[in-house]
Design a protein around this ligand. Structure first.
Ligand code: CMP
Length: 138
């Protein structure tokens, strides 16, 4: 079993799509271990996306991620990290495969409805960013 972190982003929460996305993740075999709704400050979002600090979209991305509540979730299944990225689809919804979450729900490359850890190293940083050991059931 492998753990990963997903975030249902503010664009999806604001359009009342959280339930649909969670149902899809469970249907894909992900077991939810911990979940909360958080309203990140701009500084929180800047810390979370620190690896993108030098990218031209950093300011817009962190403004967007702090524009409303989001739902971070720790989940597990076999091959969770790669499977989540497959189910999410490409970052840009116009390039995402049919049937993926981003193809179905994302608005654009920034407001793309869902985040997923991109590697075990990222998951090991991203999970404790949102959850301490008492806040999810491994
Ligand atoms: P996510 O998987 O959360 O990881 C980084 C985020 O940055 C990404 O999803 C998008 O929301 C955003 N992003 C990546 N590339 C671009 C881009 N070229 N323009 C705007 N936002 C981007």
């Amino acid at each position: 079993m492998e753990q990963t972190l997903t975030i249902i982003k503010p664009d999806a929460v604001g359009r009342h799509l959280a339930g649909n996305i969670i149902a899809r993740l469970e249907a894909e075999g992900f077991e939810l271990l911990g979940m909360k709704m958080v309203y990140m400050s701009k500084q929180d979002a800047e810390r979370f996306y620190n690896v993108h600090r030098e990218r031209p979209f950093f300011n817009d991305l962190t403004m967007f991620m702090s524009s409303g509540p989001c739902i971070p979730i720790v989940m597990q299944r076999d091959n969770a990290i790669d499977k989540l990225r497959e189910v999410m689809g490409a970052t840009n919804p116009s390039e995402a495969a049919e049937g993926t979450i981003r193809k179905e729900y994302a608005l654009d490359i920034e407001k793309n409805s869902i985040h997923g850890s991109d590697s075990p190293e990222s998951a090991a940083i991203e999970i404790p960013f949102f959850f301490n050991g008492l806040e999810f059931c491994a």
